[in-house]
Design a protein around this ligand. Structure first.
Ligand code: C5P
Length: 308
Protein backbone atom coordinates (compact mmCIF):
# COMPACT_ATOMS: atom_id res chain seq x y z
CA UNK A 1 0.00 0.00 0.00
CA UNK A 2 1.19 3.50 -0.78
CA UNK A 3 0.99 6.14 1.91
CA UNK A 4 1.89 9.72 1.12
CA UNK A 5 3.08 12.09 3.81
CA UNK A 6 3.45 15.83 3.36
CA UNK A 7 4.87 18.63 5.46
CA UNK A 8 3.05 21.92 4.90
CA UNK A 9 5.17 24.78 6.22
CA UNK A 10 3.80 28.03 7.62
CA UNK A 11 4.79 31.38 6.13
CA UNK A 12 5.62 34.77 7.52
CA UNK A 13 5.53 38.09 5.67
CA UNK A 14 8.92 39.78 6.04
CA UNK A 15 7.18 42.74 4.43
CA UNK A 16 3.64 43.48 3.30
CA UNK A 17 2.88 46.52 1.19
CA UNK A 18 -0.49 47.34 -0.35
CA UNK A 19 -0.35 49.17 -3.66
CA UNK A 20 -4.08 49.69 -4.13
CA UNK A 21 -7.49 48.08 -4.40
CA UNK A 22 -8.32 46.02 -7.48
CA UNK A 23 -11.54 45.92 -9.45
CA UNK A 24 -12.13 42.32 -8.22
CA UNK A 25 -12.25 43.58 -4.61
CA UNK A 26 -8.85 42.14 -3.64
CA UNK A 27 -5.81 44.28 -2.84
CA UNK A 28 -2.73 44.61 -5.00
CA UNK A 29 0.15 43.39 -2.84
CA UNK A 30 3.90 43.48 -2.79
CA UNK A 31 5.23 41.18 -0.10
CA UNK A 32 8.46 39.37 0.72
CA UNK A 33 7.27 36.02 2.01
CA UNK A 34 9.26 33.41 3.86
CA UNK A 35 8.67 29.78 4.85
CA UNK A 36 9.34 28.77 8.44
CA UNK A 37 10.05 25.39 10.04
CA UNK A 38 6.63 25.18 11.77
CA UNK A 39 4.53 22.76 9.69
CA UNK A 40 1.28 20.85 9.56
CA UNK A 41 1.53 17.22 8.51
CA UNK A 42 -0.85 15.54 6.09
CA UNK A 43 -1.14 11.79 5.61
CA UNK A 44 -2.85 10.52 2.44
CA UNK A 45 -4.18 6.98 2.01
CA UNK A 46 -6.00 5.38 -0.91
CA UNK A 47 -9.82 5.30 -0.50
CA UNK A 48 -12.96 4.95 -2.59
CA UNK A 49 -14.29 8.41 -1.66
CA UNK A 50 -12.85 11.64 -0.29
CA UNK A 51 -12.59 12.17 3.47
CA UNK A 52 -10.75 14.51 5.82
CA UNK A 53 -10.12 14.15 9.55
CA UNK A 54 -8.00 16.46 11.69
CA UNK A 55 -6.17 16.36 15.01
CA UNK A 56 -7.93 19.58 16.02
CA UNK A 57 -11.62 18.89 16.77
CA UNK A 58 -12.44 22.59 16.32
CA UNK A 59 -11.28 22.63 12.72
CA UNK A 60 -14.07 22.60 10.11
CA UNK A 61 -13.44 19.53 7.95
CA UNK A 62 -16.25 20.25 5.49
CA UNK A 63 -15.99 21.44 1.88
CA UNK A 64 -15.01 24.95 3.10
CA UNK A 65 -11.66 23.55 4.27
CA UNK A 66 -8.84 24.48 1.88
CA UNK A 67 -7.67 20.84 1.91
CA UNK A 68 -10.93 19.58 0.40
CA UNK A 69 -11.10 22.55 -1.99
CA UNK A 70 -7.65 21.58 -3.25
CA UNK A 71 -8.67 17.90 -3.60
CA UNK A 72 -11.71 18.90 -5.68
CA UNK A 73 -9.50 21.00 -7.99
CA UNK A 74 -7.14 18.08 -8.47
CA UNK A 75 -10.06 15.75 -9.24
CA UNK A 76 -11.14 18.22 -11.93
CA UNK A 77 -7.57 18.30 -13.29
CA UNK A 78 -7.48 14.48 -13.28
CA UNK A 79 -10.85 14.33 -15.02
CA UNK A 80 -11.98 11.62 -12.62
CA UNK A 81 -13.45 11.37 -9.14
CA UNK A 82 -10.50 9.58 -7.56
CA UNK A 83 -10.74 9.04 -3.83
CA UNK A 84 -8.33 9.82 -1.01
CA UNK A 85 -8.41 9.67 2.77
CA UNK A 86 -6.55 12.54 4.43
CA UNK A 87 -5.51 13.01 8.04
CA UNK A 88 -4.38 16.51 8.99
CA UNK A 89 -2.09 16.94 11.98
CA UNK A 90 -2.57 20.61 12.78
CA UNK A 91 0.33 22.50 14.34
CA UNK A 92 -0.04 25.90 12.65
CA UNK A 93 -2.69 27.93 14.49
CA UNK A 94 -5.67 29.04 12.38
CA UNK A 95 -6.62 32.69 11.85
CA UNK A 96 -3.06 33.64 12.77
CA UNK A 97 -1.53 35.18 9.64
CA UNK A 98 0.73 32.15 9.26
CA UNK A 99 -0.93 30.79 6.13
CA UNK A 100 -1.79 27.41 7.67
CA UNK A 101 -4.82 26.73 5.48
CA UNK A 102 -2.86 27.84 2.41
CA UNK A 103 0.08 25.59 3.27
CA UNK A 104 -2.26 22.60 3.70
CA UNK A 105 -3.85 23.24 0.31
CA UNK A 106 -0.42 23.58 -1.33
CA UNK A 107 0.61 20.24 0.18
CA UNK A 108 -2.49 18.58 -1.29
CA UNK A 109 -1.71 19.97 -4.76
CA UNK A 110 1.92 18.80 -4.71
CA UNK A 111 1.13 15.38 -3.21
CA UNK A 112 -1.81 14.47 -5.45
CA UNK A 113 -0.07 15.81 -8.56
CA UNK A 114 2.64 13.27 -7.95
CA UNK A 115 0.66 10.40 -6.49
CA UNK A 116 -2.10 10.48 -9.09
CA UNK A 117 0.54 10.76 -11.83
CA UNK A 118 -0.90 14.00 -13.21
CA UNK A 119 2.56 15.57 -13.49
CA UNK A 120 1.14 19.07 -14.02
CA UNK A 121 3.97 21.57 -14.49
CA UNK A 122 4.49 24.19 -11.77
CA UNK A 123 2.71 27.03 -13.69
CA UNK A 124 -0.43 24.89 -13.96
CA UNK A 125 -0.29 24.03 -10.26
CA UNK A 126 0.20 27.73 -9.46
CA UNK A 127 -2.94 28.59 -11.40
CA UNK A 128 -4.98 26.04 -9.46
CA UNK A 129 -3.35 27.25 -6.23
CA UNK A 130 -4.36 30.89 -6.83
CA UNK A 131 -7.94 29.73 -7.22
CA UNK A 132 -7.90 28.07 -3.79
CA UNK A 133 -6.42 31.06 -1.91
CA UNK A 134 -4.16 34.10 -2.28
CA UNK A 135 -1.20 32.62 -0.35
CA UNK A 136 -1.35 29.11 -1.85
CA UNK A 137 0.89 29.81 -4.90
CA UNK A 138 3.72 30.96 -2.60
CA UNK A 139 3.27 27.95 -0.31
CA UNK A 140 3.79 25.50 -3.22
CA UNK A 141 7.47 26.37 -3.52
CA UNK A 142 8.01 28.51 -0.42
CA UNK A 143 11.48 29.52 0.71
CA UNK A 144 12.00 33.26 0.22
CA UNK A 145 10.04 35.01 -2.52
CA UNK A 146 8.65 38.32 -3.69
CA UNK A 147 4.90 37.95 -4.06
CA UNK A 148 2.83 40.39 -6.09
CA UNK A 149 -0.65 40.83 -7.51
CA UNK A 150 -3.31 39.17 -5.38
CA UNK A 151 -0.63 36.70 -4.32
CA UNK A 152 -0.39 34.77 -7.58
CA UNK A 153 2.83 36.31 -8.95
CA UNK A 154 5.67 34.60 -7.15
CA UNK A 155 9.31 35.43 -7.87
CA UNK A 156 11.75 33.26 -5.97
CA UNK A 157 14.59 35.01 -4.17
CA UNK A 158 17.86 33.48 -2.95
CA UNK A 159 17.34 31.59 0.32
CA UNK A 160 17.98 33.39 3.60
CA UNK A 161 20.02 31.60 6.26
CA UNK A 162 18.03 29.49 8.76
CA UNK A 163 17.70 32.36 11.24
CA UNK A 164 16.05 31.54 14.61
CA UNK A 165 12.56 33.00 15.00
CA UNK A 166 10.03 33.28 17.77
CA UNK A 167 6.32 33.31 16.87
CA UNK A 168 3.81 34.64 19.40
CA UNK A 169 0.03 34.79 19.06
CA UNK A 170 -2.53 36.17 21.52
CA UNK A 171 -5.48 33.91 22.34
CA UNK A 172 -7.63 35.66 19.70
CA UNK A 173 -7.90 35.36 15.93
CA UNK A 174 -8.60 37.96 13.28
CA UNK A 175 -10.48 37.54 10.05
CA UNK A 176 -8.30 38.47 7.07
CA UNK A 177 -11.23 39.90 5.12
CA UNK A 178 -12.16 42.20 8.04
CA UNK A 179 -8.59 43.52 8.37
CA UNK A 180 -8.47 44.33 4.65
CA UNK A 181 -11.93 45.95 4.87
CA UNK A 182 -10.71 48.27 7.63
CA UNK A 183 -7.52 49.11 5.83
CA UNK A 184 -7.38 52.64 4.50
CA UNK A 185 -4.18 53.72 2.84
CA UNK A 186 -4.40 57.20 4.38
CA UNK A 187 -4.38 55.80 7.91
CA UNK A 188 -1.67 53.23 7.25
CA UNK A 189 1.64 53.08 9.06
CA UNK A 190 5.16 53.02 7.66
CA UNK A 191 5.48 51.30 4.31
CA UNK A 192 8.19 48.72 3.79
CA UNK A 193 11.02 49.58 1.41
CA UNK A 194 10.64 46.59 -0.86
CA UNK A 195 13.57 47.31 -3.18
CA UNK A 196 15.90 47.62 -0.19
CA UNK A 197 14.45 44.40 1.25
CA UNK A 198 15.17 42.50 -1.96
CA UNK A 199 18.74 43.79 -2.04
CA UNK A 200 19.15 42.80 1.63
CA UNK A 201 17.81 39.28 0.91
CA UNK A 202 20.20 38.91 -2.02
CA UNK A 203 23.12 39.99 0.18
CA UNK A 204 21.90 38.00 3.21
CA UNK A 205 22.01 41.17 5.35
CA UNK A 206 19.54 40.51 8.16
CA UNK A 207 20.10 43.85 9.92
CA UNK A 208 19.47 45.77 6.70
CA UNK A 209 16.40 43.58 6.08
CA UNK A 210 14.80 44.45 9.40
CA UNK A 211 15.45 48.16 9.00
CA UNK A 212 13.63 48.15 5.64
CA UNK A 213 10.72 45.87 6.53
CA UNK A 214 7.14 46.77 7.51
CA UNK A 215 3.58 45.47 7.34
CA UNK A 216 0.86 47.91 6.30
CA UNK A 217 -1.82 45.80 7.98
CA UNK A 218 -0.13 45.92 11.39
CA UNK A 219 -1.73 49.23 12.40
CA UNK A 220 -5.23 47.99 11.50
CA UNK A 221 -4.88 44.75 13.46
CA UNK A 222 -3.22 46.52 16.41
CA UNK A 223 -6.23 48.83 16.64
CA UNK A 224 -8.55 45.82 16.63
CA UNK A 225 -6.35 43.90 19.09
CA UNK A 226 -4.38 46.32 21.31
CA UNK A 227 -2.50 43.41 22.90
CA UNK A 228 -0.60 43.01 19.61
CA UNK A 229 0.93 46.50 19.85
CA UNK A 230 1.68 46.01 23.54
CA UNK A 231 3.42 42.68 22.92
CA UNK A 232 5.44 44.13 20.07
CA UNK A 233 6.72 46.92 22.32
CA UNK A 234 7.54 44.44 25.08
CA UNK A 235 9.44 42.10 22.73
CA UNK A 236 11.33 45.05 21.30
CA UNK A 237 12.46 45.89 24.82
CA UNK A 238 14.54 42.68 24.61
CA UNK A 239 16.36 44.29 21.67
CA UNK A 240 14.59 42.09 19.09
CA UNK A 241 13.32 43.13 15.64
CA UNK A 242 9.57 42.33 15.67
CA UNK A 243 6.90 42.43 12.96
CA UNK A 244 3.34 41.17 12.50
CA UNK A 245 2.80 38.48 9.84
CA UNK A 246 0.03 38.81 7.24
CA UNK A 247 -3.19 40.16 8.70
CA UNK A 248 -2.04 38.95 12.14
CA UNK A 249 -2.42 38.73 15.00
CA UNK A 250 0.80 36.64 15.19
CA UNK A 251 4.04 38.56 15.71
CA UNK A 252 7.45 37.17 14.87
CA UNK A 253 10.85 38.15 16.19
CA UNK A 254 14.19 37.32 14.61
CA UNK A 255 16.51 35.96 17.29
CA UNK A 256 20.29 36.44 17.24
CA UNK A 257 21.99 33.00 17.30
CA UNK A 258 23.16 33.38 20.90
CA UNK A 259 19.88 34.84 22.24
CA UNK A 260 19.09 33.10 25.56
CA UNK A 261 15.87 34.73 26.73
CA UNK A 262 13.35 33.03 24.42
CA UNK A 263 12.38 30.45 27.08
CA UNK A 264 11.72 33.26 29.54
CA UNK A 265 9.62 35.17 26.99
CA UNK A 266 7.65 32.05 26.07
CA UNK A 267 6.96 31.21 29.73
CA UNK A 268 5.63 34.73 30.43
CA UNK A 269 3.36 34.74 27.36
CA UNK A 270 2.11 31.16 27.87
CA UNK A 271 1.10 32.14 31.39
CA UNK A 272 -1.20 34.73 29.77
CA UNK A 273 -2.68 32.16 27.40
CA UNK A 274 -0.62 33.10 24.36
CA UNK A 275 0.59 30.51 21.83
CA UNK A 276 4.34 30.62 21.21
CA UNK A 277 6.73 28.67 19.00
CA UNK A 278 10.44 28.86 18.42
CA UNK A 279 11.65 27.74 15.00
CA UNK A 280 13.78 28.81 12.07
CA UNK A 281 13.41 30.27 8.60
CA UNK A 282 13.04 27.40 6.11
CA UNK A 283 14.14 26.99 2.49
CA UNK A 284 11.01 25.31 1.11
CA UNK A 285 7.24 25.27 1.52
CA UNK A 286 6.05 21.72 0.92
CA UNK A 287 7.87 18.45 1.33
CA UNK A 288 6.22 15.25 0.14
CA UNK A 289 7.29 11.70 0.87
CA UNK A 290 5.80 8.80 -1.00
CA UNK A 291 6.16 5.65 1.08
CA UNK A 292 5.66 2.13 -0.18
CA UNK A 293 4.74 -0.13 2.68
CA UNK A 294 5.83 -3.76 2.53
CA UNK A 295 6.95 -5.74 -0.52
CA UNK A 296 10.41 -5.95 -1.95
CA UNK A 297 10.38 -2.41 -3.25
CA UNK A 298 9.33 -1.05 0.17
CA UNK A 299 10.94 2.32 0.78
CA UNK A 300 10.29 5.97 0.38
CA UNK A 301 11.33 8.92 -1.68
CA UNK A 302 10.96 12.65 -1.36
CA UNK A 303 9.47 14.74 -4.12
CA UNK A 304 9.11 18.49 -4.53
CA UNK A 305 6.52 20.65 -6.30
CA UNK A 306 8.28 20.17 -9.64
CA UNK A 307 7.83 16.38 -9.30
CA UNK A 308 11.59 15.81 -9.33
O1 C5P B 1 -7.64 34.62 -0.94
P1 C5P B 1 -7.95 34.45 0.52
O2 C5P B 1 -9.17 33.64 0.75
O3 C5P B 1 -6.78 33.98 1.32
O4 C5P B 1 -8.24 35.93 1.05
C1 C5P B 1 -9.00 36.18 2.22
C2 C5P B 1 -9.54 37.59 2.18
O5 C5P B 1 -8.48 38.53 2.30
C3 C5P B 1 -10.22 37.94 0.88
O6 C5P B 1 -11.59 37.62 0.91
C4 C5P B 1 -10.01 39.44 0.77
O7 C5P B 1 -11.00 40.11 1.52
C5 C5P B 1 -8.70 39.67 1.48
N1 C5P B 1 -7.56 39.80 0.53
C6 C5P B 1 -7.42 40.97 -0.20
N2 C5P B 1 -6.37 41.10 -1.07
C7 C5P B 1 -5.45 40.11 -1.20
C8 C5P B 1 -5.57 38.92 -0.45
C9 C5P B 1 -6.64 38.80 0.40
O8 C5P B 1 -8.23 41.89 -0.09
N3 C5P B 1 -4.43 40.29 -2.05
Amino acid sequence: MTVVKALARAKINLSLDILGKRSDGYHELESVMQSVSLADELIFRPAAGVSLTASDPNLAVDESNTVLRAVRRMQEAAGSARGVEIFLQKRIPSGAGLGGGSADAAAVLVALNRWWGLNLPLPALEEIAADVGSDVPFCLTGGTALVRGRGERVTRLPPLPAVRILLVKPPVSVETAEVYRRFQAAAAGRRPETERMIAAVKNGEIHELTSAWGNLLEKVTSELRPEVAAAKKWLESYGLPVLMTGSGPTLFALLPEGFRKSREIEAILKEKGWWTHEGRLAGEGVEVRICWKGGEDGGEKTVGPDCS
